[in-house]
Design a binder for this molecule. Structure first.
Ligand SMILES: Nc1ncnc2c1ncn2[C@@H]1O[C@H](COP(=O)(O)OP(=O)(O)OP(=O)(O)O)[C@@H](O)[C@H]1O
Ligand SMILES: CC(C)(CO)[C@@H](O)C(=O)[O-]
Ligand code: BAL
Length: 277
């Protein structure tokens, strides 16, 4: 049975009744197959699964989509039930931030200022603050996050290391539509025409990842993005797995962010670089 709780006191009481290992999957709702994959992975790695559903105002900029972000609690609960989730925590804004803006928040550091952080100032500080609160509230042993939000995953991994938070952070590979589009709650903002245009992101990443030399990888991805109409590129970046400068050889990451209409989308893939012979 899936129990739904809205307050921190209810969560505390329900959490006490969960013996053994507990995994948490944090979401902003509007659940899709990507979230469900996180739940299934959590389910197979822990005795109990908690899902949190909270559209965190702290991580949205003033001109972003906090107000129009999809809120679909009934359908989300059905998805959680179908995946055998034990407990859903869906707090109101006032429950998470009594009195409004908290006066003490986390600082994301230099990794929070590049890529997504450069386009969304304050986003990662707000994200880390709520993730830290939810880790403390759920007292989870494991927490699962999607690689789709790769920089977020890297920052959360960094936060638990830097702050000695006793939780095991695990990444889950990106779930895609059959045509390659990364699943994302924000995909539902797209018209049919915009959805077709958005395919350029995953196509560009696939084209880049087919190369083993950095310049060729970037050139292949750039060519596809440059020839796509309706896609306004924010960044295309090749980095090492920790989001530092790309290595000459070894594992790397190719990341993209673009606006399609009013919708900002992100995606990334792993790739393996080799020194040209
Ligand atoms: N396609 C996906 N594959 C795997 N994990 C995903 C996917 N999409 C989202 N997630 C993960 O689900 C968790 C909750 O994300 P969130 O609720 O923001 O969904 P989202 O689809 O990323 O929404 P948005 O469109 O707002 O970015 C995060 O750890 C995120 O990385
Ligand atoms: C981790 C998270 C739930 C924090 O609000 C959010 O950033 C998300 O859904 O990826
Ligand atoms: N999916 C990451 C959360 C955000 O875009 O705010």
């Amino acid at each position: 049975m899936t129990e739904l709780v809205h307050t921190r006191a209810e969560l505390e009481a329900a959490r006490k009744a969960l013996p053994g290992t507990v995994a948490v999957v944090m979401t902003m709702g509007a659940l899709h197959e990507g979230h469900r994959e996180l739940m299934r992975t959590a389910r197979s790695n822990a005795d109990h699964v908690i899902v949190t559903i909270f559209v965190n105002p702290l991580q949205f900029g003033p001109n972003e989509d906090y107000d129009r972000y999809p809120r679909t609690l009934d359908a989300d609960l059905e998805a959680c039930r179908a995946e055998g989730v034990d407990l859903v925590f869906a707090p109101a804004r006032e429950e998470m931030y009594p009195g409004g803006q908290p006066s003490v928040t986390l600082e994301a550091g230099p990794l929070g200022t590049i890529l997504e952080g450069a386009s969304r100032p304050g986003h990662f500080a707000g994200m880390l603050t709520v993730v830290c609160k939810l880790l403390l509230l759920t007292r989870a042993h494991l927490a699962f996050f999607g690689e789709k939000d790769y920089q977020q995953l890297a920052l959360i991994t960094r936060m638990v290391r830097d702050l000695d938070i006793a939780v095991d952070i695990r990444g889950v590979p990106t779930v895609r539509e059959p045509d390659g589009l990364a699943l994302s709650s924000r995909n539902r903002y797209l018209s049919a025409e915009q959805r077709a245009a958005a395919l350029a992101l995953s196509r560009a990443l696939r084209a880049g990842a087919a190369h083993t030399e950095a310049e060729a990888a970037l050139a292949a991805a750039t060519a596809i993005l440059a020839n796509s109409t309706g896609v306004q590129l924010d960044y295309l970046a090749l980095t090492d797995p920790e989001l530092g400068p790309a290595p000459a050889h070894g594992p790397a990451r190719l990341l993209v962010a673009a606006r399609v209409g009013n919708t900002r989308l992100i995606d990334n893939v792993p790739l393996q670089l080799e020194i040209a012979a």
